[in-house]
Design a protein around this ligand. Sequence first.
Ligand code: HEC
Length: 152
Amino acid sequence: MHKKLLALILSLALCAGSAWPVISQAPPNAMVKQRQAAMTLLAKYYGPLAAMADGKAPLNKEVMARNAGYLDALSRMPWDGFAASTAAEKSRVLPAAYSEPAKFRSAQDEFIAAVANLLSLSKGGDGAAVKNAVGTVGETCGGCHKSFRQPS
Ligand code: HEC
């Protein structure tokens, strides 16, 4: 009860200073499900690209460009789901996401930029550059997980 109340007060305090207008928010447990669903889909559409970049699958430019487009949209989706109102919910997010918001935010921004770069390169003809960009995206996934996700 106290934890929930604290989370509510925290979330109201954060909403007041947020750049995003929060009109109506899903209940905290639904927000956790939604952000985890976005992560699951990131993994679904990133996996085949990683296999191509690692030479485990042949480079398929159509799939590369399509998945890069999906990733570009998905890369922007999970973050509002880490609202302070979810801090008391069961999940794998580490407390650092809330105690070091600027660092968490910059990990998100780095990831979004890496995916945008992949998307623009995926439309060109340079296979090596595209593979490199896939690798950079993977590093930004891993870097954020290392700092902000509990190891399983
Ligand atoms: C800026 C940080 C950040 C980035 C970037 C990031 N993740 Fe995550 N990811 C997290 C956090 C935090 C969790 C734990 C979320 C939770 O338990 O609610 C998570 C959870 C996951 C999960 C588990 C989902 C579940 O159902 O519990 C998968 C799979 C995943 N991430 C894949 C990826 C992939 C693939 C990428 C890159 C293409 C990526 N993530 C990029 C922070 C990040």
